[in-house]
Write a protein that binds this ligand. Structure first.
Ligand code: UN1
Length: 497
């Protein structure tokens, strides 16, 4: 412990200790003996300081020209690119996912930052004709003020960047509380922001638990936007808290994503996609594939191909480049996964591969579980309905496309879905009728790109989208501007009739 690096909060351009005087250890999920860093266990007083700093900084930042804000974002993106390998290695140590995937996570932050840097010279509004003579109509985007972010551990740098970069380019200031498990990646992002020219107070970071910091982050009257990625249960509470003061509230929550495999699909491709969708990031993605709906004529073949491939996946410490699946994030998540495996068995699903915690040797140091597949899953089972957030896949059978679409929609969530088919008519029908925010054809349910809207329907979201220009709508408000240069009073709807 004495050798571990101590990380502080970042408030008003400085690294500062928490007023609580308390810290916590952040450990590597692949090796519990390794302390990745010691972080501040912050309290409400720290949050208040951060929000005050962000409020003060907002006065100048909102007036700093957007193209200039964009220039700073370009520098941040370039720096993240230069440091990509080191940032990704650190991310694997704190989060566990394999190095190729943490490189992807860092790259997603780079993409988002470049994209939003470009927005500095766009932030398009519209100009339209006026119904009056000698009058000009237009819209401009205006920032809102201080934004609070509560971010998850599964995409420790990408998701913070989805929130931070559009907020900053619009002229808002930020207080971010990273997930307790992954503060290092956010500290790294903040450090880059600081070194590349983000002024003091414009970005602030406070580490600690959501239960201690959630209320002060959401209820401070200076906070005008709250953006959260996490469980539907917490999201619902945040939404209710924001409603009282009409704060903008953007929520990305659970998923129970489905891959449909039709009888005319390229089976090899469908198997590849399902493996990546279900076991990539150890199944710990909101977009992870947790349900397969497979046509009855090919389900036997598909299942045996899946079993063979899942058994050969190499599980271990993600820093070893040959490893294909890392650990669960912590003991709690491992316990959840193991308990859902028991629930699946009890509910009558057929465990076809996996199902056990991995033990012995280096496995004992971390939270490793086998890639697990259930067959004969039916719609009444809990493993069909509930988000597990781990490497557990359930395969169910359908008779035709219409039934597959019905089954796909039989969930309270609506983030991502995919279909594997060679029939264009089936692909377009499913694209239209599966009610999700993201849809893939002949590709897995994971793999969104930053320039398209990201988010989901039903209990996955509250109507907002992250990434792309859609994110600008969360972090700005429209102002409609009418300029009358006629020199006389012109009454709309009256004087031009
Ligand atoms: C998440 O699942 O929490 O689309 C985010 C994807 C990634 C982002 C996932 N680009 O799978």
């Amino acid at each position: 412990m004495s050798d571990s690096k101590v990380f502080k909060n970042f408030i008003n351009g400085e690294w500062v200790q928490s007023k609580s005087g308390q810290t916590y250890e952040n450990r590597n999920p692949a090796d519990k003996n390794e302390v990745v860093g010691v972080f501040q266990k912050s309290n409400a007083a720290d949050v208040k300081m951060a929000v005050d700093a962000a409020s003060e900084a907002y006065k100048k930042w909102r007036l700093y020209p957007a193209p200039k804000r964009g220039e700073i974002l370009y520098k941040i993106a370039q720096r993240l690119l230069a440091d990509k390998e080191s940032l990704s290695q650190q991310m694997t140590r704190e989060m566990g996912k394999v190095i190729n995937e943490t490189r992807g996570d860092t790259q997603e932050a780079i993409d988002m930052t470049f994209y939003m840097a470009g927005e500095g010279r766009r932030l398009f509004g519209m100009t339209t004709p006026s119904e009056m003579l000698n009058k000009f109509d237009m819209t401009i985007r205006q920032p809102l003020g201080v934004c609070s972010f509560i971010t998850p551990w599964n995409f420790p740098m990408a998701i913070p960047s989805w929130k931070m970069m559009p907020a900053l380019i619009c002229g808002n200031t930020v207080v971010i509380k990273p997930a307790t498990e992954t503060p290092l990646s956010v500290a790294n992002l903040i450090q880059v922001c600081h070194e590349e020219g983000i002024p003091p107070g414009v970005v602030n970071m406070v580490t600690g638990s959501g239960s201690a910091l959630g209320d002060p982050l959401i209820n401070n009257p200076a906070v005008r936007v709250v953006s959260f990625t996490g469980s539907t249960e917490v999201g619902r509470k945040i939404s209710q808290a924001c409603a009282t003061d009409f704060k903008h509230c953007s929520l990305e929550m659970g998923g129970k994503n489905v891959q449909i495999v039709m009888d005319d699909a390229d089976l090899d491709l469908a198997v590849h996609g399902a493996l990546w969708g279900a076991f990539g990031t150890t199944g710990q993605r909101c977009t992870a594939t947790s349900r397969i709906v497979c046509h009855k004529d090919i389900v036997g073949k598909f299942t045996s191909m899946m079993i063979e491939r899942a058994r050969s996946l190499k599980v271990g410490n993600g820093l070893d480049a040959s490893i294909e699946m890392g650990p669960c994030i912590n003991q709690g998540q491992l316990d959840t996964v193991l308990s859902y495996i028991e629930i699946g068995k009890k509910d009558g699903a057929k465990l076809v591969t996996g199902g056990e915690r991995l033990t012995g040797g280096d496995y004992d140091k971390g939270f490793f579980v086998q890639p697990t597949i259930f067959g004969e899953v039916t719609q009444s089972m809990r493993i069909w309905r509930e988000e597990i957030f781990g490497p557990v896949l359930g395969i169910a059978v359908c008779n035709d496309l219409a039934e597959a679409i019905k089954m796909a929609n039989d969930t309270s969530y609506g983030l991502s879905a995919s279909i594997y088919t060679r029939d264009i008519n089936k692909a377009y029908t499913a694209m239209r009728d599966v009610y999700t925010g993201i849809f893939y054809v002949n590709a897995p349910t994971i793999g969104a790109e930053t320039h398209l809207p990201f988010g989901g329907t039903k209990e996955t979201g509250n109507g907002h989208r992250e990434a792309s220009t859609a994110a600008l709508d969360v972090f700005s408000e429209w102002k409609s501007v009418y300029v009358d240069f006629s020199g006389s009073l012109q009454r709309a709807q009256i004087d031009n009739q």
